[in-house]
Write a protein that binds this ligand. Structure first.
Ligand SMILES: [Zn+2]
Ligand SMILES: [Zn+2]
Length: 274
């Protein structure tokens, strides 16, 4: 289907679908389908000491840009902005180490008694010389900072917004849209576009339309839904795709209220809901 119009059922198809019943008043409307991904970022912070090297790296890096395509999610650590001016101090991690590097655990022997005159190698040192301090690597200089630890999780969302329809038609139509294997690209819309319908005599109207199809209710609900996702406190990135799927809503001949919907599926078949 190459255009929006190709997805619209024709008057002849609507007539054909209704068969002997006959078609009364019809109206063109759209359902709005919304799907997307959002990055939810959780952070917690902790006060730690880091080496000068680490500090420089943290100053340069900053937290990563949230990526809606990173389905594995990202884990990161970043400098708390309040710690950008932190200064070097004596490393407290190795404050009480002897200057000559002697291991305090085995007292420089490099091995520990294991009973029965047996000895095991000391894991805290290398032949009696303590392993380098894990914070300052032996420089004895460290920067006390607040680090933010973060985790990004990509969340998917999807929703179907129908036009105003008789209640009994809503459920089968929702199911119809849920079961679509794909949505024709030609139905893509940008929810931020202005869909106000033009009126030749009075200028703009509040009525919203997508290519001549009534879109008021579905469009308003879809926009509201996306706005709510944007406003969720931990959402740091949101990517949305929206589609307007046309349908004919009509009354049978001689009836006043809408009683059927005719819609074309992604493979071209015309479906009647009545
Ligand atoms: Zn030791
Ligand atoms: Zn240290």
């Amino acid at each position: 289907m190459a255009s929006f119009e190709d997805v619209m059922p024709t008057a002849a198809e609507v007539k054909g679908a209704l068969g002997a019943h006959g078609v009364g008043d019809t109206d063109r409307a759209v359902a709005v389908l919304v799907s997307g991904r959002a990055v939810e970022r959780s952070t917690w912070s902790d006060s730690v000491e880091v080496s000068e090297e680490d500090f420089d790296r943290l100053l340069a890096e900053g937290p990563p840009v949230p990526d809606v395509n990173d389905l594995n999610g990202a884990k990161f650590r970043a400098l708390d902005p309040a710690s950008r001016g932190a200064t070097v101090r004596r490393c407290t991690e190795c404050m009480y180490r002897p200057a000559n590097g002697r291991c305090l655990r085995c007292n420089g022997a490099g091995k520990l008694p294991a009973g029965n005159d047996e000895w095991v190698q000391c894991s805290a040192c290398n032949d009696g010389i303590a392993l380098p301090c894990p914070v300052c690597a032996g420089s004895r200089r460290a920067v006390p900072v607040k680090l933010a630890y973060g985790e990004d999780v990509v969340r998917r969302f999807a929703h179907i917004f129908l036009p105003e329809l008789p209640f009994r038609l809503r459920e089968p139509l929702t199911l119809f849209f849920k079961n679509r294997s794909s949505v024709p690209d030609v139905l893509s819309i940008d929810l931020t576009d202005d869909f106000a319908a033009a009126d030749a005599y009075r200028g703009r109207r509040s009525r919203a339309e997508v290519k001549g199809h009534r879109a008021d209710a579905a469009l308003a609900l879809a926009r509201n839904y996306v706005e709510r996702i944007h406003r969720l406190p931990k959402m740091v990135a949101v990517e949305v795709a929206a589609f307007a799927w046309p349908m004919v809503v009509g009354a049978r001949a001689g009836e006043a209220d809408p009683g059927f919907v005719v819609v074309r599926d992604e493979l071209g078949s015309v479906c009647l809901f009545a």
